[in-house]
Design a protein around this ligand. Sequence first.
Ligand SMILES: Cc1ncc(COP(=O)(O)O)c(C=O)c1O
Length: 463
Amino acid sequence: MSHEHRGASASDEISVNPLFARHSETTIPRWKIPDGEMLPETAYQLIHDELFLDGNARQNLATFVTTWMEPEAIQLYTEAFDKNMIDKDEYPQTAAIEDRCVHMLADLWNAPDSHATIGTSAVGSSEACMLAGLAFKRRWQIARRAEGKPTQSPNIVFSSAVQVVWEKFANYWEVEPRYVPVTREQPYLTPEGMLAAVDENTIGVVAILGVTYNGVYEPVQQLGAALDDLASRGGPDVPLHVDAASGGFIAPFLDADLEWDFRVGRVHSISASGHKFGLVYPGLGWIVWARRDYLPEELIFKVSYLGGDMPTLALNFSRPGAQVLLQYYNFLRLGREGYRRVMQASKNAARHLASELSKMPAFEVLTDGSDMPLVTWTTDDRPRHWDLHDLSAKLRERGWQVPAYPMPANLENLTVMRVVFRNGVSLDLTRLLLDDIAAAVRFLDALTAPPPRKEAHALRFHH
Ligand SMILES: Cc1ncc(COP(=O)(O)O)c(C=O)c1O
């Protein structure tokens, strides 16, 4: 990583408050490991104080990731943060609990036989998606080789609204990404768009349950039916992966009848973020394959476990096991009904924001929280001196972090603002936010010229 700060703040030294400093510690180097030691209290205080400059997690309406857990979960976390997930032999019960969680998820996602499934935890959805893509690629290569066909031009199909992880997957594993452009009327992957992009070199199609830009659920069932039809007409037999980073922990509880999961036969694998709507602190993703043979054997490694072998697959070797235990904690603590109530509360808050925003003349609500609890809106066409980036900056004065960003390719001229209703973004908080949005709009509407724009406005928001 390059040095992120330049100018005055890039001084090569950090000053130590005299109250905590010993004689030699009035400053410490910023970019080098200090030569000597310091007291633990001083080191703690320095870092603790610097972190005050981070945003307030409660008002971060940009993130999907869990920012609060119960005290009992934190107690469990502190008891378990030394557990290394890869040491299955040393921590057999943590390994057993991971396996239990995989099968609970397989069951939640309606696998025809949850015991025939295989899966793993990961550091997040990104790692899980990479594993899904790798399984697709290897399976396609094996099948092509068996038919004596070339394997040098694999491609993968998804909508232009995929999260950056899919761009990374295609780049890192040298697979051609085929982006199907979204439109304003259909801001998701359509069966027609998908079929136009698929050919015999397609290793798989990715459908998203809860598009990062707008929260929309892509029509998995229709995509699966279109691929079934293609195969039945003698076309390529292309599998589906569902990137359910957010939706995997929402749809089963709020839209149980929506067929987006293993009930759709084409769906080989599903990934989700435990650290988003799974309600666990950052560092946890999941992937499940409906059948063991969907994951080529050669991608599975063995580690020792209770004197025998246990299969593992993950990009990293060592990683924390505590998050897996926190996921299990939530499954036990909340049960299906608890998850449903949490998700419903988020949805109610989202629907309230959408409904109140739609009454404000400046805005057009684009997605109203009907799929995942996420609301996006844009401004109407009337001329004004401000845009959504100005509104975002104005709200930041009150501590709110509400991103404004352009939609993906084909819709990049459309700038939207987004609020993610993760657990804790309550109806009360939403009412306070609405008051602040109304006040900010009154202020901005009164301007007689555009406000000076900070360079930061031009920075791209990362999803
Ligand atoms: C649809 C989708 N896929 C993948 C990811 C990446 O997830 P993670 O941050 O868990 O790696 C995200 C994150 O927002 C997402 O929204």
